[in-house]
Design a protein. Structure first.
Length: 561
């Protein structure tokens, strides 16, 4: 016990080390009590330092001390405070636990708690690594830490980019763990999502690591308005797994107990069908309907560069996803051609250009009248359609709804370049929602739908009967008509409708979904008691292998079209 080492590589003022010290002293007390029952005359109980006659040949007995605890932080004041915290912790433990040991002299901890950057400093070999690495999202690292630091970071970790800052601590912690070591870190809940998961928790589970105890997501108790995950892991296969306080059979890198789908392959059959909406970069590209109509009235040709722009809020809150704003869209027009639309162009020049002039991206600065991401592939895919299906990037229910191709969705919406209600039926059924929940990341209680993780990896039915395809299409059309009429009648959006009726067995919404779910199950030839995720993952791998062999795979289209 006295050789057990604990490291916090982002220790701050030492709170984690303080609690760890108290726990280790508590274990020590339990051991001493057991020794007292079996060996009441043991010198251990008197705190003697030398007893060569003691059973076991122990001589020079030590006690658990702050010297076994190590920490790093870049803040010099926090480092000094952490040393004091541990010194106080020793006195508190002795008094609280009634231990027979002196509290003086104070420990000299200059070599234990050091001022250093954990990402560029060798870590002390420890039995347990604990802590709360910095909360800093991938988009803010360069802005907060500067170009020079980020360049050094990418030089040292060339395979880890565009991830949350705390992901680096997870990677290094696992690399530092011995065969019997354990680690427990707190991070924002995005650690189990997207790129951050791939370089951290995926890395752990793919390199002899077992996540044995975790909190998938909870509100942070501090000032930061974030949701966090708590992840404990080791290289020893545990007897039990505990997720969110309940015993489960396993914990995967997405911090769920479901079959892990992180190894799902991107399917070529699903590429260039689902897109994120445009990213303008400049809030003043958006204008009100009143201004749009005034500009069109003054010069009718302005209508060519003014479009209704639905957002995720419009899709979820308005009965038919009606856009509440317009957007100035010069698309791929040259500066000279864009300037022909005088009123919109001058508005962008006066209101957007000053903001874009400060942007770090060269394209954003030089092509200030254009969207940073105009999505030409999306526009091309939608060119021959009158309507398509769209889904909010973040929402509770992850429901696609039809919207007009005259609208220009922004980046808060994912666009599906299809007008086939058979495809909409597959994506509305429970099978797809199960896949989405397993594949997506979360923002508070909302699911994040992305084209890359949720759609491009999703295997569509490969051998449905023509009759089932027609029935799915027919049922989805009826569901859509019911939803549209009900939302219009009540003035509700899709979220309110589903909140109210989705879990009500007597509701028409519930019954339509039950019919659709059964039809889609039969399209996949799945049985009621099947592990849906396991079956979908297996189908994904089979489709990927077929594509690798040059065979045809059915993506987001009617196999009989």
């Amino acid at each position: 016990l006295v050789n057990y080492r604990v490291l916090d590589p982002a220790c701050g003022s030492g709170n984690f080390l303080y609690v760890a010290y108290q726990e280790l002293k508590y274990i020590e007390k339990i051991l001493l009590e057991k020794i007292g029952l079996s060996f009441p005359q043991s010198p251990l109980l008197r705190g003697e330092s030398e007893f060569p006659h003691f059973q076991g040949g122990l001589g020079g007995i030590k006690r658990v001390s702050p010297k076994q605890f190590y920490g790093m932080d870049i803040n010099p004041f926090a480092v000094e405070l952490a040393k004091v915290t541990l010194m106080i912790g020793r006195k508190v433990a002795i008094d609280k636990l009634g231990l027979n040991e002196p509290s003086l002299p104070l420990d000299q901890l200059d070599n234990n708690i050091i001022c250093a950057d954990a990402l560029f400093t060798e870590w002390v070999k420890a039995d347990a690594i604990i802590g709360n690495p910095p909360f800093l999202g991938s988009k803010h690292i360069r802005l907060t830490l500067g170009d020079e630091y980020v360049n050094q970071l990418f030089t040292k970790f060339p395979d880890i980019k565009d991830v949350d800052f705390c992901a680096y601590w997870f990677r290094i912690a696992h690399q530092q763990l011995g065969e019997k070591g354990r680690a427990g870190l707190v991070a924002t809940n995005s650690i189990s999502q997207g790129k951050s998961r791939k370089v951290s928790l995926d890395y752990i589970t793919e390199n002899q690591g077992y996540i044995y105890d975790a909190i998938s997501s909870q509100e942070w108790s501090g000032e930061a308005k974030v949701h966090v995950s708590i992840v404990n892991w080791s290289k020893i296969k545990p007897e039990h797994f505990v997720l969110d306080g309940k015993q489960v059979t396993l914990i995967n890198s997405s911090l769920t107990s479901l079959t892990s789908v992180t190894q799902a392959k991107t399917l070529k059959a699903n590429l260039n069908i689902c897109f994120q909406g445009v990213i303008p970069v400049g809030k003043d590209f958006y204008i009100t309907g009143t201004i749009a109509q005034e500009w069109i009235k003054k010069d009718p040709k302005n209508e060519k560069v003014l479009k209704l722009a639905p957002s995720a809020d419009d899709l979820t809150k308005n009965p038919h996803g009606e856009p509440s704003r317009w957007i100035i869209d010069f698309n791929d027009l040259s500066l000279e051609d864009a300037s022909d639309y005088e009123l919109p162009f001058n508005h962008v020049k006066i209101n957007v250009k000053p903001e874009r002039d400060k942007n770090r991206d060269q394209k954003a600065r030089e092509s200030w009248w254009m969207f940073l991401r105009p999505r030409p592939e999306m526009r091309k895919a939608l060119k021959d359609l009158s309507y398509h299906f769209a889904i909010p990037a973040h929402s509770k229910w992850s429901i696609f709804i039809p919207i007009s191709c005259e609208f220009l969705p922004n980046n808060s919406i994912m666009v599906l370049a299809s007008d086939d209600y058979y495809i909409l039926g597959i994506l509305t059924a429970n099978i797809h929602r199960i896949w989405v929940k397993a594949q997506s990341s979360t923002l508070e209680d909302r699911i994040r739908y992305t084209n890359t993780t949720c759609f491009e990896t999703f295997p569509f039915p490969q051998t449905p009967t023509k009759k089932v395809v027609e029935k799915i299409r027919e049922t989805m059309i009826k569901l859509h008509e019911y939803r549209s009429k009900e939302m219009e009648r009540k003035g509700w959006g899709i979220t309110q409708l589903y909140n109210q009726y989705f879990n009500e067995p007597a509701s028409k919404l519930y019954k339509f979904h039950q019919q659709l779910d059964q039809l889609v199950m039969s399209a996949y030839h799945f049985q009621e008691n099947d592990d849906i995720l396991e079956n979908l993952l297996k189908l994904n791998h089979e489709c990927a292998e077929k594509e690798k062999q040059g065979e045809m795979v059915i993506g987001a289209k009617d196999p009989y079209s």
